[in-house]
Structure formats: C-alpha cells, structure tokens
Ligand binder design. Structure first.
Ligand code: DOR
Ligand code: ZN
Length: 347
C-alpha cells in the first residue's frame, strides 16, 4: 500500500447553484477542500455585495459541522456593472474576484458581456484595486467552430486584455487546448489558468462512445487528445501558473439526459482520487500537491492551508457512488473510463 500526505487542497472554481441542489452538493466539496471560489452564474446572477453575502450565508448553512471550509464569492460582470459597487464589494471583502462570461457562452451567461470594449474601464478599476478577473475564455460567434472558440478568444480578446492591463491578475478558467497552455506559459506573471479533472481525464471521443454521452458534455467542450496531453503536461509540471479549478457543475439527471442537455460535469465527489490516479499514471504523484494545494494559493497571494489530508492507494479499484440525490431526481457523479485505486483517507 502506498500513501501520501499533502496540504489540504483548494478548489478554485465551483458551481454550488442554490436551494436544494446547493444543499446536496456543498458537502461533496467541503469534505476534502479547504477553500473554493464560487461562481456567480445563478438566476438572477450575483451582481452586488448584498447578493454575494446572502449567497455566502446560504452556502455556509449547508456546510457540515465537521468541515472547515471557506467560500470565496464572486461578482458576475455585466456591461452595466457599477464600478463603485464593484469596488465597494471588493473593499468590504464581500467578494474576492469578478467573473467574465461572454454572453451566451455557457449556462446562465445571457446577462454576460457581449462587447468586451464596454467593460474596459471596469477592468482598469479592477487592475487598480487588485481584484482578480476570472475568464470563461470562449468566443460566442456562431460562425466559429465550437472546438475553436477558446483559441479564437485568446487571439482576439484575451491577448488584448493582457496587453492593456499587465497588472491585472487574470485566471483563464478551465483551459482545454494546447493553445491556452502555450499562451499562459508565455504570458505575463499575472496570468494563470485553472484546469479541470475531466479535461485531464477525457478527450472528445468520450462524447461519442457507442452513442451520445450527455454526462461528458461540458463547456468549453472536450478537445482532441493532443490538447488533453498538453493540459496533462502542464498540470504535472509543477509550474505555478497551472492549478486545480474543478468547474464541478451539477445539473439534474433530467436536464442532462435531454434533447437539449445542459453543459456541466459534477466531479466534486471523487475529484482528488481521480487526480491522484492521473498523476500516478504519469509517475508524477509528487507533483499533485503543487497542483491542488499550492499553485492556486500562490496565484491569488493567499497563504497555504495548515491542514493536511492523506491519500491512499489500495489493491482493489474504488467502487464509485453513482449519484447524489436531490428530491425526486439526482445528479450523476463524474466517473472516468479508467480504474481508480486511490482514495482520500477516512472516506
Ligand atoms: O460545463 C460548464 N458548466 N461550463 C461552464 O462554463 C458553466 C458550467 C455550469 O454552470 O453549468
Ligand atoms: Zn464554471
């Protein structure tokens, strides 16, 4: 048997939703993670300090007594965002960062930004006050092939933002392409990227194995194997610019197994076991702690967690719970197509 102790991890990109789904999924994250950045794409979106604080309370009420967890809240950028309100929310520590969704790019992004030039002065304010910008990096132009939308966003939008605001701390979220890895690697020191477990585990073939696989549908969509390999290389490199943001995104089974199924993969439950297996398969288990517990904290200028967790490699492959129940429906738990022998101790 093999075991490792690592600093307790953080998940720098989660979707908790609200109401019943929130109550069901919060413990799946707080069991293993110490801190998370919580995305603001609710209906209606979180656009001011008051909403963020109310939402934070709802999350805190759902954290089990046994778990020590801190949610970091975010504001949803719109073209009409009030800069004074944004600054107030950040100064009062009601929110930690702001999220840029290009309008129409993904789930609940309709109130997002259609024209980035309209938020340039907001980005200038954020750079000044030291507020991180989190970006869903895809263009939404229907003429652009869905598999190219991240690359085109980098060329046509991100590069411009980075050049205009080199002091702005930017996270390119859930990167999916070699183009993104290369751009972030070559970019300025304030630019970093989060990577999800599902983009490390799967390539786009997983969408069509023997039929259409709605539970592997997420945005940005899974890409070719060369892209997965590039993400994997970045994740296991130890390079501080790359860190875990799971993008765990719960949707009810009925909304996934649907003629127009929602984008999002709920991966919180076995995320660390899956990552341990992926790093182990690459003979890089010693780099797991950098990716899940250190690099994100460095990027956000936060201290490292004091607590530790233990991961064990066992003889028998782990049998996964398949669903989290929510009322009369349920949420499918992400399970990759290879065996997992790792588990978080006491779980
Ligand atoms: O797959 C995704 N699901 N990608 C996103 O960007 C949003 C997320 C969600 O909120 O469901
Ligand atoms: Zn997300």
């Amino acid at each position: 048997m093999e075991e490792i102790d690592i600093i307790k991890p953080d998940d720098w990109h989660v979707h908790f939703r609200d109401n019943e789904i929130l109550k069901a999924v919060v413990p799946e994250t707080t069991r293993h993670f110490r801190r998370s950045i919580v995305m603001p794409n609710l209906l209606p979106p979180i656009i001011n300090a008051e909403q963020a604080l109310n939402y934070k309370k709802e999350i805190e009420n759902a954290i089990p007594q046994s778990d020590n967890f801190e949610p970091f809240m975010t504001i949803y950028l719109t073209e009409n965002i009030n800069k004074d309100e944004l600054k107030f929310a950040f100064d009062e520590k009601a929110v930690f960062a702001a999220k840029l969704y290009p309008a129409g790019a993904t789930t609940n992004s309709d109130s997002g930004v259609k024209d980035i030039s309209k938020i340039m002065t907001t980005l200038e304010t954020m750079a000044k006050i030291g507020m991180p910008l989190l970006i869903h990096g895809e263009v939404t132009d229907k003429k652009i092939d869905v598999f190219d939308r991240e690359r085109v966003f980098i060329d046509e939008k991100l590069d411009n933002i980075c050049k205009k605001f080199p002091e702005l701390k930017i996270t390119l979220e859930h990167i999916t392409t070699k183009d993104a890895v290369d751009y972030v690697n070559d970019g300025n020191k304030n630019l970093a990227a989060s990577i999800t477990p599902h983009h490390l585990a799967l390539n786009r073939n997983a969408l069509f194995v023997g039929g259409i696989r709605p539970h592997n549908y997420c945005l940005p969509i899974l890409k070719r194997e060369i892209h997965r390999k590039s993400l994997l290389k970045a994740a296991i490199s130890g390079n501080k610019k790359f860190f875990l943001g799971t993008d765990t995104a719960p949707h009810l089974k009925i909304d996934k197994e649907n003629a127009c199924g929602c984008a999002g993969i709920f991966n919180a439950t076995y995320c660390l076991a899956i990552l341990a297996q992926i790093f182990d398969n690459e003979k890089s288990i010693d780099k797991l702690e950098n990716f899940v517990s250190k690099n994100g904290a460095f990027h956000y200028n936060l201290g490292l967690n004091k607590e530790k967790i233990k991961l064990r490699k066992i003889q028998e492959k782990v049998v996964f719970r398949r669903y989290v129940n929510v009322g009369n429906d349920k949420i499918k738990i992400f399970e990759p197509d290879f065996p997992i022998y790792w588990r978080v101790d006491n779980y």
